[in-house]
Design a protein. Sequence first.
Length: 127
Amino acid sequence: MKRNRFIYFIAGCLVVPAGLASRRFAAHLPAIIGKYGGDTLWALMAFLTVAFLAPRWSSFRVALTALAISVAVEISQLYHAPWIDNLRRTTIGGLVLGYGFLWSDLLCYAAGVFLGLLLDKLLTRTV
C-alpha cells in the first residue's frame, strides 16, 4: 500500500480546525459532539499523522500505532511534575498533551482511530 501524502496532509489541515472549533463552539454543538468531538478528532489526527509519516504501512499497523500514541498521551496525564504541568499550560502543550486523565477519552480515541481506518480505506481505494 502506498498512500498519497498530499491527501493526508490536506485531511489533517481540515481536521485541526474542526477539532479546535469543536472546543471553541462546544456550547453551540449537540452535547455529545461538544463534549467528545475534540478528543475523537485528536485521535483521528494521530491516525492521519502516522499514515502521513509511514505511507507504506498497513492500515491496521497505522491504527495500532495511532491508538498506542493516543493512549500513552492520556496515561501521561496521570503524571504531574512541575515541568510537564508548565508545558501543559501552554496552548500547544495543552492541545497535544491534554490536562487530566479521563476514561471517556480512551473511548473517544478508539472512535477517532476507527474513523481514521474508514477514511483510510476510502482514500486508498480512490487514490
